[in-house]
Design a protein around this ligand. Structure first.
Ligand code: PLP
Length: 394
């Protein structure tokens, strides 16, 4: 089996599993308890916080644990909205291809009287810092732009966008769920005020993540209760999962440069191979993209059928976001980069990792080419294209 859906979730690494089971057995006290067993848990919690802060260039006091990326996105955006509201600033800038954890939170704020500007992401899947600047108004309280897109993998000019926001005195949040652990991130150098991350996207456990919030940003609570997480996120901390997330991130970070170089080379081999399939296109910029992300559209076929047939051949992939699968609408990300509906339906996302070998790549290329040809053989759309009744787009 070739697993090529690491953008949906990753397998937990041994370091994370070992840490998690050890803490579940040995350090299961409540970190808020004052006796030794509780304090041992508290120590493990703070060690994890320090480790994670170190990897992203933050201070430990700026890292808040959450239940995952979605919660961190919600809390960051609602925090900036609350801060803005107090100053009568109710305008937010984002992009058309954010994750739904961001888009749906923004939709909720729109119902509460906020105005949202969604920036164009262009055909290459990149936001322009100049366009961010042009969209900023006197009443803008937040710019939220994802670090790397979860479907097409494009990496945004975060440092430049952050620089614009800093100069114009607007809070800058980035959903970095796809980027943390996969590319080097430094919240200081990148001018980031708030950042969301999720353990299960970098070989840690599911159901745990973190929010970085620069010192001075007073977080609004999503969950009220006890004084955990400096009063900003109530609920007894999931210490084993948090420590496992930190262990996974430490391990990713220790060999990040080698991994980036190796996975990028494998990815480019995959892109080269798939590009030879007629009437296909790579979605998103070829270079400014995550090391492990490959996303193609093939004209004249349905992505869903492609996935099922690839599954039969032992290849686990996706047509885009795991969150929209099962829905008949084409991906909002592919529509945002200007793909027409018919083409957007024929998408394939392969998100590989350091375990993907060149042999795996060759197997994937051979099988995708065969299955695309097979599906085109009985596609009415393909027949019309061949007969000249429709124009090829790709
Ligand atoms: C997976 C993902 C999320 C959601 O993270 P969860 O931990 O699953 O809640 C948010 N944003 C992006 C870009 C993602 O890829």
């Amino acid at each position: 089996m070739i697993y090529a859906d690491n953008a949906a979730t990753t397998r937990m690494c041994d370091a994370a599993i070992t840490t998690m089971t050890k803490l579940m057995r040995e350090v299961w006290g409540n970190p808020s308890s004052l006796y030794t067993h509780g304090q041992n848990a508290k120590e493990a919690l703070e060690e994890a916080r320090g480790e994670i802060a170190g990897v992203i260039g933050a201070k430990p006091g700026e890292v808040y644990f959450t239940s995952g990326g979605s919660e961190a996105d919600n809390q960051a955006i609602l925090t900036a909205a609350k801060i803005g509201e107090r100053k009568e600033k109710k305008h937010i800038i984002s992009t058309a291809f954010e994750h739904h954890a961001v888009l749906h939170t923004l939709a909720r704020l729109e119902k509460e009287g906020f105005e949202v500007t969604l920036l164009d992401v262009h055909e290459n899947g990149l936001v322009s810092p100049d366009e961010v600047e042009a969209a900023i108004r006197d009443d803008t309280c937040l710019v939220t732009v994802m670090y790397a897109n979860n479907e097409i993998g494009t990496i945004q000019p975060i440092r430049e966008i952050g620089e614009v926001c800093r100069r114009r005195n607007v809070i800058f949040h980035t959903d970095a769920v796809q980027a943390v652990g996969h590319v080097r991130i430094d919240v200081e150098a990148d001018n980031i005020d708030m950042l969301s991350a999720s353990g299960h996207k970098f070989n840690g456990p599911k159901g745990v993540g973190f929010l970085y919030a620069r010192k001075g940003i007073a977080l609004s609570n999503l969950i009220e209760g006890g004084a955990q997480e400096r009063g900003k996120r109530a609920g007894t901390e999931n210490v084993p999962a948090i420590a496992a997330m930190a262990a996974a991130l430490r391990e990713k970070n220790e060999r990040i440069d080698e991994t980036v170089a190796h996975v990028t080379a494998t990815r480019d081999r995959l892109i080269d191979g798939l590009s030879k399939i007629p009437h296909s296109v790579l979605n998103g910029d070829a270079h400014k993209r995550l090391p492990g992300n490959v996303n193609f559209c093939f004209e004249g076929i349905e992505g869903e059928s492609l996935l099922l047939l690839l599954d039969d051949r032992g290849i686990q992939a996706s047509s885009g976001s795991a969150c929209t699968s099962g829905s008949l609408d084409p991906s909002h990300v592919l529509l945002a980069i200007g793909r027409v509906h018919d083409v957007a339906h024929g998408s394939l996302r392969l998100s590989i990792d350091e375990e993907t070998s060149d042999d795996d790549v060759d197997y994937i290329v051979k099988n995708v080419a065969e299955v695309v040809e097979y599906l085109r053989g009985f596609s009415p759309v393909w027949r019309d294209l061949q007969a000249g009744k429709r124009e090829f787009v790709l």
